[in-house]
Design a protein around this ligand. Structure first.
Ligand code: NI
Length: 167
C-alpha cells in the first residue's frame, strides 16, 4: 500500500468524466488499497480515483466510526430531500463553501469483491457519496455553490476541525 500524490486544481484530470471499471482485477485492488491509504493519510472523509490521477469510476469513503466503503462504478438509484451543507475538497485546498445536497441518497455499486451492493446514506455519509460521485463526472463542489461569492478561504490548519465533508 502506498500514499499517492493528490491532484489539485487546475489539474485537468479532475475535470474528466471517469471511465467504468470493466474488471475488478489485481491492479484495481491495488489502486483501491492505495486510495484508502491516501485518504487516511490526508484525513479525508472520501477520495475518488480522479483525485489521484486515475480516470476510473472508483471511490472510497470512510466516515468516522463506520466501516470503509469501496464503491466501483457507483450509480445513484434514489435521492430525496434537499439540504444546504458546508463542504470542502482535498483537491481544492484552502477553501470551503455551501452547497445544496440531497438529504438522503441510495447508491448501487460493486464492492471490492465485485459484488453489487446498495448503500443508503444520510448526513455525512450521504454528503460524501454525492461529493465523491461528482468527482467521477469531473464535477467539483465549487461548481455547485449556493452563493459563488461566498466561497470562503480557510487556514489549512482548520481544514479537519470543523466536521465538514472533505473528500
Ligand atoms: Ni473532493
Amino acid at each position: 500500500m502506498a500514499v499517492l500524490p493528490l491532484r489539485t486544481l487546475p489539474d485537468p484530470r479532475l475535470r474528466l468524466k471517469a471511465k467504468r471499471v470493466r474488471t475488478v482485477d489485481a491492479s484495481i485492488l491495488k489502486l483501491i488499497d492505495d486510495m484508502i491509504d491516501t485518504m487516511h493519510h490526508v484525513q479525508g472523509v472520501g477520495l475518488a480515483a480522479p483525485q489521484v490521477g486515475k480516470s476510473l469510476r472508483i471511490a472510497v469513503i470512510h466516515v468516522p466510526e463506520q466501516e470503509i466503503l469501496v464503491l466501483i462504478n457507483p450509480e445513484v438509484v434514489r435521492k430525496s430531500g434537499e439540504v444546504l451543507l458546508g463542504e470542502a475538497c482535498l483537491s481544492v485546498p484552502g477553501y470551503r463553501g455551501q452547497v445544496k445536497r440531497a438529504t438522503s441518497v441510495t447508491v448501487k455499486a460493486l464492492n471490492r469483491q465485485g459484488k453489487e451492493v446498495r448503500v443508503k446514506g444520510t448526513e455525512l455519509l450521504g454528503q460524501a457519496l454525492q461529493h465523491e460521485m461528482d468527482h467521477l463526472e469531473g464535477k467539483l463542489y465549487i461548481d455547485l455553490l449556493e452563493r459563488p461569492d461566498r466561497l470562503e478561504k480557510i487556514e489549512l490548519s482548520d481544514d479537519t476541525s470543523d466536521g465538514q465533508e472533505r473528500g
